[in-house]
Design a protein around this ligand. Structure first.
Ligand SMILES: *Cc1c(COP(=O)(O)O)cnc(C)c1O
Length: 380
């Protein structure tokens, strides 16, 4: 089945009792049994499984070519579930340009766990390999990264992790399975903030893990069941409905993203545009190798380098909404240093290039001409 068909039908079937085309929102906590330990159907209690969530989880597994999908109450809950697989003495190597909340979890919540975290530029393969030892249990990638659109070569990294039996997990939130399938490139686990492109309508907080291997899938399922950060039936329904148009939305996000980039890179007030689709982008070659398009996330900074310029620009926007988050149908703008990445210490932000004049856009699916007019007037 090709992707556009999978987005609508992957892992799905009509409701067996009524023929309902969309799975009903099974808003129930528990399920009747005929005799102790003999439930009427496959379900017992909604923390362990709920049919609406199962429908979403099957769709997720299908889109990412995994054996199992797990739906969580947020993207961070999904990451936390995976992190619980590790113990004191284990070492984790992560990219140095991570989603702020992921970085906060690693550095604040897991600080006293005895797990040792290393942060590295994943394009420095020598440095990356020098950090690997017998305690290395997980490599955590985010590609493209947020907000600087750095990429990591998933396949090249998998060639190193697979023979050493190190788990490779990829936060695929920015690319979505429409543009990139990490499991096909050698990763073991894909993580999503389904809050973003998968749900796509800025109306739900949700997360996902999709797993390639059956044994690991069962382990993570047990972990989720035993700790409880599952996605509710209504939210599962909303994410599933969003997924049905993922391919259409992503196609337009990609088209609009390219048009906005074309405008920005020719604007005299703008210094650097960060977008993997630009041939001059340092990661363009990797992007072409592992992605089927470049998405709608664009960051840029100002020739002046002035924080004030970025603030005035963001205050003047009319169609773009100044807000955290991304991946919805509407265009959003964000100031990473003051908003999404404020939890990263200033010196580390500087080091990785999140300057105080950096702006991140999540280009939506409105008319591109209107979006460009809006950017033009805000830059004037
Ligand atoms: C939003 C986001 C997360 C966290 O997801 P939540 O659903 O907000 O918990 C993780 N990674 C990336 C890349 C994100 O954009």
């Amino acid at each position: 089945m090709k992707f556009n068909t999978k987005a609508i039908h992957g892992g799905q079937h009509h409701d067996p009792s009524t023929g309902a085309v969309m799975p009903p929102v099974f808003q129930t906590s528990t399920f009747a049994q005929t005799s102790p330990g003999k439930p009427i159907g496959d379900y017992v209690y909604s923390r362990s499984a709920n049919p609406t969530r199962t429908a979403l989880e099957n769709a997720l597994a299908s889109l990412e070519n995994g054996v199992k999908g797990l739906a969580f109450s947020s993207g961070l809950a999904a990451t936390d579930c995976l992190l619980r697989s590790f113990k004191a003495g284990d070492e984790i190597i992560a990219m140095d340009d991570l989603y702020g909340g992921t970085y906060r979890m690693f550095t604040k919540i897991y600080k006293d766990s005895g797990i040792k975290f290393h942060y590295v530029d994943m394009n420095d393969m020598e440095k990356f390999q020098s950090l690997i030892n017998e305690n290395t249990k997980l490599v955590w990638l985010e590609t493209p990264t947020n907000p600087l659109m750095k990429l990591a070569d998933i396949e090249a990294i998998a060639l190193i992790t697979i023979p050493k039996k190190i788990l490779l997990a990829v936060d695929n939130t920015f690319a979505t399975p429409y543009l990139q399938n990490p499991l096909d490139l050698g990763a073991d686990v894909v993580m999503h903030s389904a809050t973003k492109y998968l749900a796509g309508h800025s109306d739900v907080i949700a997360g996902a893990l999709i797993i390639k291997d059956k044994v690991l899938a069962e382990q993570l399922y047990f972990q989720q069941f035993a700790t409880g950060a599952t996605l509710g039936p209504m939210d599962s329904f909303l994410v599933l409905r969003g997924i049905k148009t993922l391919h259409l939305r992503m196609q337009r996000h990609c088209e609009n993203g390219l048009k906005v980039v074309e405008f920005l890179r020719n604007h005299p007030k703008i210094k650097t545009v960060y977008f993997p689709g630009l041939s001059g982008h340092p990661f363009h070659t990797i992007a072409k190798k592992q992605m089927r398009g470049f998405g709608g996330m664009v960051s840029f900074n100002f020739v002046s380098g002035e924080k004030q310029d970025s603030i005035e620009f963001l205050e003047k926007l009319k169609i773009f909404t100044l807000a955290e988050s991304l991946g919805g149908v509407e265009s959003l703008a964000n100031h990473p240093a003051l908003m999404t990445h404020a939890s990263i210490p200033e010196d580390i932000r500087r080091e990785i290039g999140i300057t105080d004049d950096l702006v991140r856009l999540s280009v939506g699916i409105e008319d591109a001409d209107d979006l460009i007019e809006d950017l033009k007037q805000a830059l004037a």
